[in-house]
Structures are given as C-alpha cells and as structure tokens.
Write a protein that binds this ligand. Structure first.
Ligand code: VAH
Length: 316
C-alpha cells in the first residue's frame, strides 16, 4: 500500500487532495504535512498530521523515515501575487523547499508530484493554445521558480532516476479552502460574494482570459498522473492541463443565469493585472490527454452550478 506525504496539506489544493488520497489509500497511509497554518478538525481527525517546513530538510527526512513514505505530493508553495511582494521568501520556499524534497526523495526512493503552473509562461510565449513545449521566459518570481522547478524535477529524474511528475495547473476554483495570494483568486471570491452580496468588485480587468479548472478535476489530474504507466510518459514534470478559459465577464454571465441580480464591477489591481497579462489565454493540453488520458469533467456552467449550490449551504 502507498505511504504518502502531502506538503502544504492545509492549502487550497493540499487540503482537498489529502482527503481524496485518504479516501483512496486509507487514512493512516496519508500524512498531512503543515507549517505555518495548523490543520483543521477534518484533517486532524481523519489521519496523521506532522509539522513539515519544506525549507528544513531534516523535518522532511524525519517524517519520511517515521512513516516509511514512498510518495510525496509537494504542494507547499508561495503563490504569484505574494511572491511578487516577497520574492526572497518565494525563492526560499518554492526552490529551496523543492530541492530539499527532491534530495530526500533521492535518498529514500520516493516518487514526487510537484505542480507547476500557467505562471511558468511569459509574454513571449504564444498565449493562445499555448503549446506543451514552447518558450518560457516568465517575468515574475513565481514564474521563475516554476520554470526552475520544472527543470530541477526533470534533472532529478534523468540524473538520479527519481520518479518525478507534475502538471502546469491553471487557476483552481474550489469551495473548501480559500486560495492564498494568487492572481486567479478572483475566480473563487466572485462566487462567495455572489452568494453573500450579489455583487463583486473584480481586481482583474474585462477581457482578461485565463485557463481555469474546478478542484475535483485538479485533484483527479494529480492522482491520475501519479498512477499513470510511466512507460507512456514522454513528458513528466510540466503537463499542460486545463478545463476552461474565461474572463471576468464570462464567469459573471454564468453566475447571472443562477442569480440574475448579480452585479460585477471592476477595481483593477495593477500588480495582478500585469501578472495575468503575461500568462496564457488558453493552453493546449493534448500531451496530457494522449500520454495519460487527461479529461476534465467540469466546464464553466457545471462548476458554477456546483459552486453556488455548495456555497449557498456553507454560507447560510
Ligand atoms: C496563482 N492560483 O494565482 C495560483 C496559480 C495559475 C495560478 O498558480 O498564483
């Protein structure tokens, strides 16, 4: 049976990924690694939790040895907007933290899942139908750490045989844990505000198209890739995966079909807008579809229906 460590397990993706992994592999076989934010009741009461600061290699080693870990889902990271405000911290967590995880994986024979992002592209990348293999000259510290992370994971596979795999996630929308400091956070906040106030002031401008995905598909992508037949993987650490592409107007229109009185306004954040402008409008994810059967289940309408149903209950 797999023995899994999830770093960043209290984050937006990590919190739901940990619960799904516990459902599939058994609660006691999935360790929730946390650092600054302590785990909530759900994570604490459903399986083992351990303090894992990914910038402290000894802490990673201790947990890997204590639980005989064979697979690490490394989700601990500083997201794009926070990374622009704190570039040194972003390098320390996103690169030194990844390096530590890969070194421990090399020493103890663990497979490693590390997400990259649409943030790994820049303005010189073809922004429409962005190819799997193309120019990557990001202009953000987040993007620099994501490109370097992709290359580091490739190196550990080729040089040391570490089973490293990863995807380039788009913006992820979810209704459990709020995202922490990303450029795509608006696409989560808009649903909460639609329920609470029937109005939302968006910090990205009209016509800002970005790839997006609903959390159930994001979790499916991570687990399906880690379960995929390695013989079929031509790429490994940076599969483009997407489910939809929309701008604030489009997501507002889908909300208005359920809440007709919803009003969208704008107050553009120049930092987030500059980051978003350097990211693809839409990615080509054919390599993931061909090499390990990637296929999202949720489109914008299905995601909006589910988000508004779940949040209507949650925010009662
Ligand atoms: C961010 N949500 O906005 C993250 C993600 C593609 C976006 O990397 O930084």
């Amino acid at each position: 049976m797999k023995k899994i460590l999830v770093t960043g397990a209290v984050g937006q993706i990590g919190s739901e990924l940990t619960m799904e992994l516990r459902k599939r592999y058994g609660n006691e076989n999935v360790v929730a690694g946390f650092h600054r934010t302590k785990p909530g009741e759900t994570l604490k009461n459903s399986g083992p939790c351990e303090m894992v600061d990914c910038t402290n290699i000894e802490q990673i080693k201790e947990v890997v040895k204590k639980y005989n870990i064979d697979t690490i889902y490394h989700l601990a990271a500083i997201l794009s907007a926070v990374a622009e405000a704190k570039p040194n911290l972003a390098w320390k967590v996103n690169i030194d933290g990844l390096y530590n995880v890969l070194e421990v994986a090399r020493e103890y024979g663990c497979a490693v899942f590390t997400p990259s992002s649409i943030g790994a592209f820049g303005e010189s990348t073809p922004l429409d139908n962005t190819p799997q293999d193309t120019i990557q000259r990001p202009s953000t510290m987040y993007g620099v750490t994501k490109v370097a992370g992709e290359l580091l994971c490739d190196y550990y596979y080729k040089r040391f045989g570490v089973d490293t795999r990863g995807v380039r996630y788009p913006g992820i929308i979810s209704n459990e844990t709020l995202p922490g400091g990303g450029t795509t956070d608006y696409a989560v906040e808009i649903y909460y505000e639609a329920i609470k106030n029937k109005k939302y002031t968006c910090n990205l401008g009209k016509g800002t198209y970005l790839d997006m995905m609903y959390m159930p598909d994001a979790i499916k992508a991570a687990i399906d890739l880690m379960e995929a037949d390695p013989a079929k993987l031509k790429h490994r650490n940076a599969f483009n995966v997407t489910a939809m592409s929309f701008d604030p107007e489009k997501i507002a229109a889908s909300i208005k079909k359920v809440i007709p009185e919803f009003v969208l306004e704008y107050n553009v954040d120049p930092v987030r807008q500059a980051i978003a402008n350097s990211w693809p409008n839409s990615m080509d994810d054919s390599a993931a579809r061909e090499e390990w059967g990637w296929k999202p289940e949720y489109d914008l309408e299905a995601m909006t229906k589910d988000m508004l149903e779940v949040l209507s209950e949650k925010l009662k």
